[in-house]
Structures are given as C-alpha cells and as structure tokens.
Design a protein around this ligand. Structure first.
Ligand code: RTP
Ligand code: MG
Length: 147
C-alpha cells in the first residue's frame, strides 16, 4: 500500500495542532503506520530539504525546522501522497483554500504547519531518512475494509 511522510512542523506542535492534524487523516480513512515527536538535527534538516539548498530561503527553512520539536509520521492508504497534499493545501497559506490544513490554520509561507512528501520517490527517501524499519508498524485494521 502507498505510504507518505507527513510532519507537523514546529509551529504546528507549538500551537497544539498535532491532535487536529492526526484526526483529519484518520477520519479521511488513512492508516497511521508510524509516529514520533522529535528534534531534527541540522544535518537531517539539510538532507530533508536538499532540493531547496540553492534557494534564498534555505537557511531560514533549516533554522525554523530545527528550532523546536516536530511530529513525524508515516501514513498509508490509496493515493495517500497526492491526497495528503490536497488536504494540506497550497504551500502559501494565503493561497490555501479554507478546509485545508494550511488554509484553516496558517498565515505565512515560512510557518505553514505541515510538511508532506510530494512524490513516491521523495516519500520513500523521507520515510527512510526519519524512520528505522522497526518504527514502521504493519498491522491489520478492520476499519479499512469500510473505506
Ligand atoms: P513542504 O516541503 O514543507 O511540505 O512544503 P511544500 O512542498 O508545499 O513547498 P516546497 O516548495 O517544498 O517548500 C518547502 C518549504 O519552504 C518554505 N518556503 N519558503 N520564503 C519563501 O518564498 C518560501 N518558499 C517556500 C515553506 O515553508 C515550504 O513549506
Ligand atoms: Mg516540498
């Protein structure tokens, strides 16, 4: 089954949005396969955002994401990568529609609450960067028969 890497960013954790965000993905019908509250090292942050390392906002991005704990998650389900991105809304919360996570809770592009992988390759890379095999839980969930 398809998996994606989602992360409540430091602003989302500080604003007590972990539960709200987990609830949205649970209610949609996706299955949580792994989760942890953690601090990200500068090295991990630089690897995670490597595609942006030539952008003017890279330094700010790395310092923000390492500034306080994040809540890292692996979610599973049909088309979860693209659907999670839709549920997150556009990168800039001012362009994100109401009803999306960034549209409902964000104000600025630098503090946009949540990260989500944008393609199968990045999902695999990001899951491997943040989680060991033992931290990803495979289990049956009867509720998924009803989705
Ligand atoms: P993310 O990777 O965090 O899920 O966000 P995304 O795919 O929607 O956006 P992406 O283009 O990958 O950008 C990564 C993060 O960099 C920050 N950003 N700042 N100041 C700026 O113009 C600017 N542009 C992007 C955002 O916090 C974005 O989430
Ligand atoms: Mg991105």
């Amino acid at each position: 089954m398809e998996q994606t890497f989602l992360m409540v960013k430091p602003d989302g954790v500080q604003r007590n949005l972990i539960g709200e965000i987990v609830t949205r993905f649970e209610r949609k019908g996706f299955k949580l396969a792994g989760a942890k509250l953690m601090n990200i090292s500068k090295e991990t942050a630089e690897q995670h955002y490597q595609e942006h390392n030539d952008k003017p906002f890279f330094g700010e991005l790395v310092s923000f994401i390492t500034s306080a704990p994040v809540f890292a998650m692996v979610w599973e389900g049909e088309n979860v990568i693209a659907t999670a991105r839709q549920m997150m809304g556009k990168t800039n919360p001012q362009e994100a529609l109401p009803g999306t996570i960034r549209g409902d809770y964000g104000l600025t592009v630098g503090k946009n609450i949540i990260h989500g992988s944008d393609a199968p390759e990045s999902a695999k890379r990001e899951i491997d960067l943040f989680f060991n095999e033992t931290e990803i839980v495979e289990f049956e969930k009867n509720g998924n028969n009803w989705v």
